[in-house]
Design a protein around this ligand. Sequence first.
Ligand SMILES: Nc1ncnc2c1ncn2[C@@H]1O[C@H](COP(=O)(O)OP(=O)(O)OP(=O)(O)O)[C@@H](O)[C@H]1O
Ligand SMILES: [Mg+2]
Length: 251
Amino acid sequence: MSDALLELRDLRRSVRLPSGEDLHILRGVDLSVEAGDHVAIVGRSGSGKTTLLNLLGLIDRQSGGELLFDGRDVSRLGERRRARLRGASIGFVFQQFNLLDGRTALENVMMPLMYGTAGQFWRRERLAREMLDRVGLADRADQLPSRLSGGEQQRVAVARALVRRPRLILADEPTGALDVTTGEAVMALLDEIARDSAAALVTITHDLQVAALSRRSFLLDDGVLHDIGDAGARDALAATGGIRAGREAVR
Ligand SMILES: Nc1ncnc2c1ncn2[C@@H]1O[C@H](COP(=O)(O)OP(=O)(O)OP(=O)(O)O)[C@@H](O)[C@H]1O
Ligand SMILES: [Mg+2]
């Protein structure tokens, strides 16, 4: 037993290729994430970061090992219960924002509340306005995403991810489509709101500045996760050959 919100034990994920061969993407990942923790996972392109995030987000199922959410083995749950747990407890932030373009910022943030508790449903407009205010966009509530800057769109996406007060926030390259300054501001905001609500935050990133904001960093390399503490991200990444000369990012 453990008190961790997320507990991964020897987690594996393989996919069958058209050739009939198995590709072993995750080869035994161990990780424990507590409420209020902020974990960054770095790794070169193709190292399995998104694959891992999709397991943590209950989008895909592992091929082996254990994934415990709040002490519960979620691989034993059926799709409907996994979907309900995902909606209620997990918030996602993506690189490309994934906002609905025909809907205003406010409507985008209200969307998850349509599927929330009865209380969330009835108070959806007020809750969504409060979240937009929290990310500094109260005055842009009625704008369509296409009229907002990239940084503003990502702040709407952050508001949408957090409006149901998830216990776990998963961010896949949240700053990947933003310039450095805007990305840092969005990341600082995400980190701050997550901390205020005692949610656990797992950020996947190529960007070492982004990783530096987390409490703990890990390197995903060859399907295995290595703890690199808070200082060694740069060296650890360089060692995998994934670092690009002259930039604080790897691809
Ligand atoms: N369903 C699948 N079928 C076949 N191969 C897959 C599948 N899913 C992932 N892969 C392969 O597994 C590897 C890891 O993919 P993944 O998307 O997790 O990488 P990543 O670390 O997120 O990369 P990036 O930084 O470019 O986003 C890649 O080589 C990818 O092509
Ligand atoms: Mg990816």
